[in-house]
Design a binder for this molecule. Structure first.
Ligand SMILES: [Zn+2]
Length: 197
């Protein structure tokens, strides 16, 4: 199964240490991930004014939360923080160079189309084929407040667009149409009524 945000298998590879460049496991905290239906997931987030120590701590927590899930991406609104910030790591912590922290991200290029199965940590148990750009170039600030540009194709382009959507209050379910969308929404409502969501 291909997932964005979400992987179907447990995190492989060795445990990370503070030397690998990831979050410090001694201080980073796993935060609860909000689920589809929570208002905080369905509203647009605001820009990060300054990369303060509090923002850096949030980034560490988000990385830890993403790895623990496990997932390949997590946006701040998913942990209830209405800021334009997301983390992506296609290696899920196996490769220290794989971690991308994007603060106040925007697309400077977007082209092509890809159609793949996609999931989301905030919509556990559901997957659907979503139309995404085939290639994007992202401009953002890193965890030190330094601007960078990063090209993404394939799964990385998909992950960037998926996480960017979260910053605008859009979930992959909202990108679906007709029966496919209705089916997922109805099932989530049913689970919510049953107290299982
Ligand atoms: Zn998601």
């Amino acid at each position: 199964m291909r997932g964005v945000d979400r992987l179907s298998r447990p995190r492989p590879g060795p445990l990370r240490t503070p030397l690998t460049g990831g979050p410090n496991p001694l201080t980073a905290m796993i935060r609860p991930i909000l689920k589809y239906g929570d208002d905080q997931l369905h509203s647009a987030a605001g820009a990060v004014d300054d990369v303060t120590p509090a923002v850096a701590a949030l980034v560490d927590d988000m990385v830890e939360t993403m790895y623990a899930a496990p997932g390949i991406g997590l946006a701040a609104p998913q942990v209830g923080v209405p800021l334009r910030l997301f983390v992506v790591d296609l290696s899920v912590g196996r490769d220290a160079a794989g971690l991308i922290v994007a603060i106040n991200p925007e697309f400077v290029e977007r082209e092509g189309v890809q159609l793949e199965d996609e999931g989301c940590l905030s919509v556990p148990g559901f997957n659907a084929t979503v139309v995404r750009p085939a290639r994007v170039v992202l401009k953002a600030l890193d965890r030190h407040g330094v601007e960078f540009r990063q090209e993404g194709t394939g799964l990385l382009a998909r992950a960037f667009q998926h996480e960017m959507d979260h910053l605008d209050g859009t979930l992959f379910v909202d990108r679906l149409r007709g029966i496919k969308r209705d089916l997922i929404v109805r099932r989530i409502r049913k689970l919510t009524r049953a107290g299982k969501w």
